[in-house]
Design a protein around this ligand. Structure first.
Ligand code: URP
Ligand code: ZN
Ligand code: ZN
Length: 502
């Protein structure tokens, strides 16, 4: 019998802590040997001339998420039916592997007026059909006593360790009081809270004024939510988390103003982390001003997400916040709304009459690593190690998935992306291999591309061809982990939300 199921031979391993020429021996889906030269192996994968990276860990993906009308502002298109985003866990798995990603964290929805358990079984069943390894954030959009006291402990017992809240969107947004209750619950059950930070009232006020002035085109989405709206909510989210002494991650930071709030809190020792996404590095608000006859003049909708893409100058400032370490995770915020399919997606079944009706969110699962590598490493903005930390090591650590995920180390799952750092590719929708009818990155030229993806020792992508059995993705149960433990710093020394047993 061979010593190893698979040997990855001849590559340059980039672990996030430097690079080394190293072979990798894999058995039972795990890395069992790292050495200059490993002989044997039932199968081999030639990595000569390539970088060998940990498989991407994308901790912010909206996949096959049942929703009521998508993510819109108050007063948007009336919600008549339940929509499921077009990407299935099967198609998203293909896209993930095509782009070098091997693990995702997605969102179990909660609809107002319902508990969280009713959606759980359905969502678990959907995810179990995919091939990519997965975990869940639990959305809390209705913070009732029953949800927080009876249901949350049950989802935690299942290995779900992050609660997601929105400070905007209709009908998802929470009041400060509800957000505080979620923070307290998370502290009691040792969960992370992830937060969408934008001011609900401010957005709706400005949106009403824009529409009254006849400014309805997609580009006015950006005008409805300038950076100050994000900065205010980021400040508030952090301040309340600091008060409760509950660690949080601020999702999709689009601008320096918001990142500075995070930096200031980090300087005080507050446990707050910041994520950004490729759309804030490769798109601008001007993209929402693209007009063509395509899609009934709503072409700009293809670039619409929240917070909004900003300016080229702001992109530079976000890079600086990445370089300083204030923003330490880059996720895709992948969202499966197509442009042209009736009844679903960006046109809200043809009823979209203004930017307010267009669901927010854009696809980017397969594009995340190539864009960050090209714009970051190839253009000299960040080092290769930094790239690995942003896309695999840090997200895995923050979500309690490390060192099983996000690492090339003995005992870690053998999740790898074999990367050609010199390969030049022009991004097309076909290359994304998702179920969505467009990519906002069409035509973008990148240098650096994944040529093979290994998930738990199985070669699931080679030269763009994905081969994996549906249903082989594994749920990643997360137990308690020290990284997100509260600091034990509370105002006046009085802990108003003591964790159990303290
Ligand atoms: O516009 C976005 N980001 N859509 C996805 C939902 C969210 O806010 O994360
Ligand atoms: Zn969000
Ligand atoms: Zn999102």
């Amino acid at each position: 019998m061979a010593d190893y199921d698979l040997v990855v031979r001849g590559g340059t391993v980039a672990s996030g802590l430097g690079t080394m020429r190293c072979d990798i021996g894999i058995n039972g889906g795990r890395i069992v040997a790292l050495a200059e030269s490993i002989k044997g192996g039932a199968a081999t994968l030639d990595a000569g001339g390539l970088l060998v990276l940990p498989g991407g860990v994308d901790t912010h993906c909206h996949i096959e998420e049942p929703s009521r009308g998508g993510y819109t502002s108050a007063g948007g298109a009336p919600v008549t039916e339940v929509t499921v985003q077009e990407e299935s866990f099967g198609s998203a798995s293909v896209s993930a592997f095509a782009g070098g990603t091997t693990s995702v964290v997605c969102f179990i929805p909660q609809w107002k007026g319902e508990g969280i358990l009713p959606r759980l079984a359905d969502y678990e069943a959907r995810a179990a059909k995919g091939m990519v390894d997965y975990s869940f954030h639990q959305v809390i959009s209705d913070a009732t006593e029953d949800v927080l006291e009876r249901e949350v402990p049950q989802i935690v017992a299942k290995g779900i360790r992050s609660l997601k809240v929105f400070l905007t969107y209709e009908p998802l947004h929470l009041s400060d009081e509800q957000y505080l209750k979620v923070l307290v619950t998370a502290r009691r059950h040792a969960c992370l809270v992830t937060v969408h930070c934008e001011n609900y009232a401010a957005i709706n006020w400005r949106t009403e004024a824009l529409l009254k002035a006849g400014l309805t085109a997609p580009k006015y989405h950006a005008w409805s939510r300038p950076p100050v709206v994000e900065r205010e909510a980021t400040h508030r989210a952090i301040a309340l988390a600091e008060l409760v002494d509950q660690p949080i991650q601020v999702f999709h930071v689009s601008c320096a103003e918001a990142a500075e709030e995070i930096a200031r809190a980090q300087y005080r020792g507050v446990k707050v982390w910041g994520e950004t996404c490729p759309q804030y590095l490769a798109l601008t608000a001007a993209d929402m001003d693209r007009t063509s006859d395509k899609n009934g003049g709503f072409e700009g909708a293809a670039y619409m997400c929240s917070p909004s893409p900003r300016t080229v100058e702001e992109q530079g400032r976000v890079w600086e916040m990445i370089r300083r370490g204030t923003l330490d995770v880059v996720s895709s915020d992948h969202c499966g709304f197509s442009m042209g399919r009736p009844g679903m997606g960006k046109q809200s079944g043809g009823t979209a009459v203004s930017f307010r009706d267009i669901p927010n969110g854009i696809p980017g699962l397969a594009a995340r690593l190539p864009i960050l590598f090209s714009e970051g490493v190839s253009k000299g903005r960040i080092s290769l190690d930094h790239f690995v930390r942003l896309t695999a090591t840090n997200p895995a650590r923050l979500m309690g998935l490390a060192p099983r995920k996000g690492a090339i180390a003995i005992g870690a799952d053998a999740d790898l992306a074999l990367w050609n750092p010199r390969k030049k590719v022009t991004i097309t929708n076909a290359l994304m291999q998702h179920a969505i009818d467009y990519t906002p990155y069409e035509g973008l030229e990148v240098t650096g591309w994944p040529v093979a993806t290994v998930r738990r020792g199985a070669v699931v992508m080679r030269d763009g061809v994905v081969q994996a059995e549906p249903g082989t993705g594994r749920f990643l149960a997360r137990g308690p982990y020290d990284f997100i433990a509260p600091r034990g710093v509370v105002a006046n020394g009085f802990d108003a939300a003591p964790p159990p047993g303290s």
